[in-house]
Design a protein. Structure first.
Length: 462
């Protein structure tokens, strides 16, 4: 491709006023706003000036401005520090395909994010596709167009195009490129989990292959689910469900709750949905799900403050799955208006309101599943060794009219960093891992209003 660029005549470097330059719109679509990436460069340019001239395309007749082909970050720095001229090398590159090709080629050695690479891939598919069509037309027209006919044919056949693009982008083979493209296209179609995968690859916290495998595991609970028959649920996180979020939970916790307490097609409501683990597991297991959060992070999660009750469309739910932020634990990672910031009295009041709202929204016989950890590490009232949130939740739910169905132990796996563990060992402190899923049932209509306490229940009559 360099040959294509070398075809365009070049000048010696000249000095141009930054106001006479404009960025290439094509470059902005592929690589984004250069002003967002100048931190490392600006100090150097302030001290030493611009050492390597920008490459600009010779202007058309009017208005007389030069389009930048290479050097968008340098131009952004020059504008930010008020330079009055910048060194530029002018090339005669015609508008259109040749200019787009030149932009891609000049950026070939730049360190790029996954998104930038995939936008390049989209552009290459288009450019090479257009070149292939031109060659096919030339072949049909005969020998007058030998120049086109004999050009390189990397775009003949999808397989070869994929391999050529993968090679060009430095992505390895066509298989990895195809995985990248699947992920990229799903993200472009608005799929929140694919978008989160792309984000993680951009930040370097996930590989293309791992993010692609997450997509393939999405129906894991629908096709290959072997529930544990025990009431101790210790499961691992799985990034195929939910998007990264403070306090996100292992999806198997939700899958087991759905398995034991709902039927396929049931309406499940998660009023504090976070990264959307419940939403994704419901999709995998064929349950309908309505998800809400004070600060939604995905388009399928609707903004709603559960302190106001549950929205009308959630009425008649079969299951309400609720994973509140456990009082002040992790509070700093939630928004200031989150219930995580409330003092203990406000938090207890919240549990009572939540239980009342859940009772009102559930159908008779429906379940409230409340995930609550015991608090042991901080904000413990004087004289207390810990706060038993599951017990507080139980009291609140009982007072709202719920019957106890089950208490399932869900120890918090991997909640501590190695340095926390080392410190606890030296200080002789027990680290808290107790977390419970409290499952409470709204009584069926025939039992509603009946007194329900252990003293009056009698042996085996509950
Ligand atoms: C522990 S996180 C839920 C994590 C989720 N289960 C997951 O796997 O990603 C608790 C969520 O409750 C939300 N929240 C806090 N106060 C709320 C309120 N008053 N109404 C609705 N959501 C609230 C927070 O924004 C946070 O996303």
């Amino acid at each position: 491709m360099l040959a294509l660029i070398d075809e365009h005549p070049t000048s010696d470097a000249i000095a141009l006023d930054p106001d006479q330059l404009h960025p290439s719109p094509f470059s902005l679509t592929i690589y984004g706003d250069p002003a967002a990436e100048v931190d490392d460069l600006i100090a150097s340019i302030r001290e030493h000036g611009i050492l390597v001239p920008l490459v600009v395309a010779a202007p058309g007749p009017e208005p007389k401005t030069w389009e930048v082909i290479s050097g968008h970050r340098r131009l952004a720095c020059a504008q930010a520090i008020g330079m009055v001229e910048v060194p530029c090398q002018v090339r005669q590159i015609p508008e259109g395909e040749a200019r787009r090709t030149a932009v891609l080629e000049y950026n070939r050695q730049r360190r790029k994010t996954f998104s930038q690479l995939m936008r390049e891939a989209d552009a290459l598919e288009q450019l090479w596709g257009a070149q292939a069509r031109a060659r096919r037309r030339a072949n049909l027209l005969g020998s007058d167009h030998t120049e086109c006919r004999n050009s390189d044919d990397r775009t003949t056949g999808t397989g070869r195009t994929d391999a050529a693009i993968a090679r060009h982008l430095g992505l390895g083979g066509k298989d990895l490129y195809r995985q990248a493209r699947t992920l990229w296209r799903m993200a472009a179609s608005g799929d929140a989990r694919a978008q989160s995968g792309v984000d993680q690859i951009d930040r370097g916290t996930r590989t293309i292959h791992a993010a692609y495998k997450d997509l393939r595991r999405r129906d894991r609970f629908g096709s290959d689910f072997r529930p544990t028959p025990y009431d101790v649920w210790t499961f691992r996180h799985d990034r195929a469900f939910g998007i990264p979020h403070p306090g996100s939970i292992p999806p198997a916790l939700v899958a087991h709750t759905l398995h034991y307490y709902t039927a396929p097609g049931a309406l499940v409501v998660d009023p504090m949905a976070g990264g959307g683990t419940t939403l994704d597991v419901c999709q995998s297991m064929g349950r309908r799900c309505l998800a809400y959060d004070l600060h939604p992070v995905r388009p399928e999660i609707h903004p709603h403050d559960v302190r106001l009750g549950l929205p009308p469309e959630a009425q008649g739910a079969d299951l309400i799955f609720c994973d509140p932020p456990y009082h002040t634990m992790l509070a700093a990672r939630y928004a200031p208006d989150s219930i995580a910031m409330a003092p203990l009295s406000g938090w207890m009041e919240f549990l009572h309101d939540l239980a009342r709202h859940a009772f009102a929204a559930l159908r008779p016989g429906g379940y409230l599943a409340l995930l609550l950890a015991a608090q042991t590490e901080k904000d413990i009232p004087a004289g207390f060794g810990y706060i038993d949130h599951a017990f507080l939740g139980y009291e609140a739910a009982r007072r709202a009219g719920f019957q106890p169905e089950r208490r399932i132990s869900c120890p918090m796996d991997g909640a501590y960093l190695p340095q926390h563990v080392r410190r606890a060992r030296t200080e002789g402190r027990l680290l808290g891992q107790v977390r419970d899923l409290l499952v409470m049932r709204r009584p069926s209509r025939s039992m509603e209003g009946e007194p329900f306490d252990l003293a009056s229940a009698g042996n085996g009559s509950v």
